[in-house]
Write a protein that binds this ligand. Structure first.
Ligand SMILES: CC(C)(COP(=O)(O)OP(=O)(O)OC[C@H]1O[C@@H](n2cnc3c(N)ncnc32)[C@H](O)[C@@H]1OP(=O)(O)O)[C@@H](O)C(=O)NCCC(=O)NCCS
Length: 170
């Protein structure tokens, strides 16, 4: 194992502080910290992931199994240190999350992103997510009005994930 290998583990409440400390920089100056209060790390740690490189935060994913929608899992945030982008880190975290979702009987994953976030839209498309129709277009993308985000509208993504492997032989 090299000294710079990435370790991925479940999130813990004490991770919250260093995650929000990097968010404005990782989001290119957009300040979305208010959308990620500490309760996410207190209640969804087992479905959220932290990637560390030499003990330093390299990436994170915050997601949960939707309590009200038995088929659905939701990814609320994903972020990768700009120095480690385009190396498969976010894909790795998404695939691990899909694994958690599958073993918990979830068949699709949803996520949203601000319509201004072209990197995120490209990333989700590349992973096979479809953009849910919204009836309105912002910046050339189908986007749903959402006053809870600074830009006022979000692009909604959905991906069907394969069923968990059956443990019944034959
Ligand atoms: C979006 C983000 C998470 C992608 O992370 P990443 O680790 O660079 O993505 P990966 O390296 O795992 O890329 C997975 C695939 O998406 C593609 N992709 C990633 N970013 C892309 C971009 N900006 N444009 C085009 N394709 C992109 C990669 O080429 C890769 O394709 P491949 O596996 O077929 O080669 C990262 O850019 C980020 O942290 N952005 C700021 C925070 C943010 O916007 N988060 C999402 C909204 S909550």
């Amino acid at each position: 194992v090299s000294a710079t290998s990435v370790i991925v583990r479940s999130a813990r409440p004490e991770d919250w502080e260093r995650v929000v400390a990097v968010m404005p920089e990782w989001w290119g100056g957009r300040d979305l910290r208010a959308l990620l209060p500490r309760i996410f790390f207190e209640h969804f740690g087992s479905t959220s992931l932290i990637a560390e490189r030499d003990g330093e935060l390299a990436a994170f994913l915050v997601g949960f199994l939707c309590p009200d929608h038995g088929d659905e899992a939701y990814i609320h945030f994903v972020g990768v240190d700009p120095r480690w982008r385009r190396s498969g880190l976010a894909r790795n975290l998404y695939e691990r999350f899909f694994g958690i979702a599958r073993v918990n009987g979830r068949t699709f994953v949803r996520a949203v992103t601000a319509f201004v976030n072209h990197d995120s839209i490209a990333f989700h498309r590349r992973l096979g997510f479809t953009l849910l129709p919204a009836g309105q277009t912002f910046d050339g993308h189908q986007a749903t009005p959402d006053p809870s985000v600074p830009e006022g509208a979000v692009v909604r993504f959905e991906l069907t994930i394969d069923a968990p492997p059956s443990d019944i032989e034959g």
